[in-house]
Design a protein around this ligand. Sequence first.
Ligand SMILES: Cc1ncc(COP(=O)(O)O)c(C=O)c1O
Length: 375
Amino acid sequence: MTLHLENRLLKRTKLGNLRTLKITQPMIDFSSNDYLGLARSPQLATSVFQEWQMHLSHLNGLGSTGSRLLTGNTLYAQELEEKIAKLHGYEAGLLFSCGYMANVGLLTAITNQESITFYDAAVHASTHDGIRLSRAKAFPFRHNDLEHLENRLKSCPSQGDRFICIESIYSTDGSMAQLPEISQLAREYEAHLIVDEAHAVGACGPKGRGLVAEHNLTAHVFAQVTTFGKALGTYGAIVLGNHTLKQALINFATSYIYTTTLPFQTLAAIKCSYDLFPEMDQERDHLQKLIQIFRASYPSFSMSHIQSVPIEGNEAVKHAAQAIVKQGFDVRPLMSPTVQRGHEVLRVCLHAFNTDDELAQLIHHIQFHGSHCYA
Ligand SMILES: Cc1ncc(COP(=O)(O)O)c(C=O)c1O
């Protein structure tokens, strides 16, 4: 081990935020991204198994054998992209191995030295990394602060293309972007809008198609990133947009070009999830009901299925989470540096399979153990 690494790890240990791997014990799940319960759904598992049996003989076997640009491409993958793009109302889509690689690939492929990227300060690490790897200039705007975004757009002219990166639902606190207003600003100031719908698709919008669809803004979105490892219960991601964007990604997105593509088993799971989730209105209605129950105790909290309860300080939030876990409820602390120091939170994810009673119990435990919470 180098001295530098030892020192960094020691510093983390002292700050109480050393990351370690743990096996998740069976508990009442208020933590995973499996918002609709599809990852645990026997119905999805059965239909995926049938899909494998139906198609496996036509395919290469278990491995995808290479990049899509070499031996990894299949008619199955192409048809799946068309099916997903059609459902979301876009011209085209390109599958990526995961959302992280989709954001990195997208942002590095579409920008050059003359481009400017404006991004909400709360975007996911994958967008930050994509911005860092791209050669574009980049300016953050304060989270959900439209005035700040407009000032940035006004004061940063560019010879090249301008992009605005946001999430429809932010992963750390569940806050929602003001999509119609941001889309309006993008049009006014000639910027291309990129929306990461990782936490929205499946869980909200008409037939679970997300918040861009709910606001009828598909035509004004340059690129939408949709991931399959959250409400869809599987794995992978797609970038949706027009044919030119797809062609650009195939040619310039290195996280797409230089990697082994998703294997058939995963593509089949994505396809089966897309057959199922649009029909899960009942589950989405129950999710909405749970959100209302949570907000009855915490009216100022988010309107989405992701809630975050402020408990300042890594030690305090860690102890509150541990005490609640001891009661059998899986909740996780979000500590610095994942969130800004002083903005530590207990993250609570609501799921279609959580009962009203489980949530009432959880709220009781949060109120009891999170003494710094506010309503
Ligand atoms: C907003 C957002 N975008 C992208 C990702 C990355 O997606 P994936 O887990 O498929 O790599 C995540 C994952 O946590 C996310 O929260």
